[in-house]
Design a protein around this ligand. Structure first.
Ligand code: FAD
Length: 312
């Protein structure tokens, strides 16, 4: 057990995945790749790179994915892809570019409406209508892993949870192999949601998205936009620590670690962590929940080479 482990996961080894966003400048790029290298010691099941709605980060997402797979040897890198605001041919061309970089796993999304969160969504003329249509197109192209979004607290545009579950079912029927959830802080919400999914006949793995809180004000603003609740129990543990960075860091790492351990006790083994491209807090959380530091860029590449030799 790791010396820093406070909440040893009780149900075997947890599998982690990490989410990154493409950097906007050179400094952010350095930080991102430092973070990816730092967190690779936890041997993530995969890492993902987000994609701006309407293709706003297309070049940066492609470059980032290419570097992770090509230079760092992280073949288990997944590319997010949105279909909002673009004709099918343009989205198809991006799929081809990702495939040429070595991508075998997509996170297929619709994306926020072009007018921004809260504005009415309009399918683009000649474009994929929604995420379900994008999943169908990806499945027709190849034997990819296809992850999709899921919303334990309901997507803000959905009339109700049933409509949301219906959309997820359509994505699964079209070939999605895994759902990754929006971040949430109340594990009861996740458990209730998962029970409803299973009752609706949705059997794919549903991986909870966990957001360690680097900045409470920012997270509360973001949560408001995407329909997630930050419970008072979480706010009250952090709100008074604005001027105490060390205490805030410790508290934030324990909040996320407690959430993961509680989910593990309820039978969850896979976790998707929103890293915000920063490693210290995420690494602290991983240590707290007892994830072994046995990987690393070289190690992971070696495991992947071994796996592909065995499969060949
Ligand atoms: P869908 O699954 O197609 O729809 C989400 C829900 O909205 C559905 O359940 C449905 O009930 C409802 N809905 C959809 N269309 C309508 C409609 N016309 N009328 C009424 N209700 C409707 N965004 C990015 O821009 N880039 C990313 O890389 C990215 N990555 C993400 C990763 C994860 C794991 C998650 C959870 C979200 C991510 N998002 C990303 C955010 C996502 O793009 C937004 O939440 C977007 O508004 C919906 O996209 P979706 O694929 O979830 O849509």
């Amino acid at each position: 057990m790791n010396a820093r482990t406070l909440y040893p996961a009780e149900r075997g080894t947890l599998r982690l995945s990490f989410e990154y966003f493409p950097p906007k400048n050179e400094e952010m790029e350095k930080q991102l790749f430092r973070t990816v290298a730092d967190l690779s010691v936890f041997t993530p099941a995969f890492q993902t790179v987000t994609y701006g709605a309407g293709g706003s980060t297309k070049a940066r997402s492609l470059t980032t994915v290419k570097r992770m797979i090509g230079e760092m040897g992280l073949k288990n890198t997944a590319a997010h892809l949105t279909c909002v605001g673009a004709p099918e041919a343009e989205v198809d061309a991006v799929i081809e570019e990702f495939v040429a970089c070595g991508v075998r796993h997509f996170v297929a999304l619709r994306g926020d409406p072009q007018g921004g969160v809260g504005s009415a969504y309009q399918p683009f003329p000649g474009g994929y209508e929604n995420a379900a249509a994008l999943v169908k197109a990806l499945r027709a192209r190849g034997d990819f892993e296809i992850s999709v979004s899921a919303y334990p607290e309901k997507h803000p545009e959905s009339a109700d949870v049933a409509a949301d579950i219906d959309m997820l079912k359509r994505k699964v029927d079209n070939g999605a192999t895994r759902a990754i959830t929006q971040f949430f802080f109340d594990n009861d919400d996740f458990e209730r949601y998962l029970e409803r999914l299973r009752r609706a006949g949705i059997g794919i793995p549903v991986v909870p998205g966990v957001l360690p809180i680097n900045n409470l004000a920012q997270v509360m603003k973001f949560a408001g936009l995407c329909g997630a609740r930050v419970p008072e129990a979480v706010v009250s543990r952090l709100a008074h620590l604005d001027d105490q960075p060390e205490e805030r860091f410790t508290e934030a790492s324990h909040i996320a670690a407690e959430q993961i351990v509680d989910l593990a006790r309820r039978g969850v083994q896979d976790f998707h962590i929103y890293t915000m491209n920063r490693s210290p807090l995420v690494a602290a959380v991983c240590d707290l929940v007892g994830c072994a530091r046995t990987g690393g860029i070289g190690q992971q590449a070696a495991v992947e080479r071994q796996t592909s030799r065995t499969a060949a």
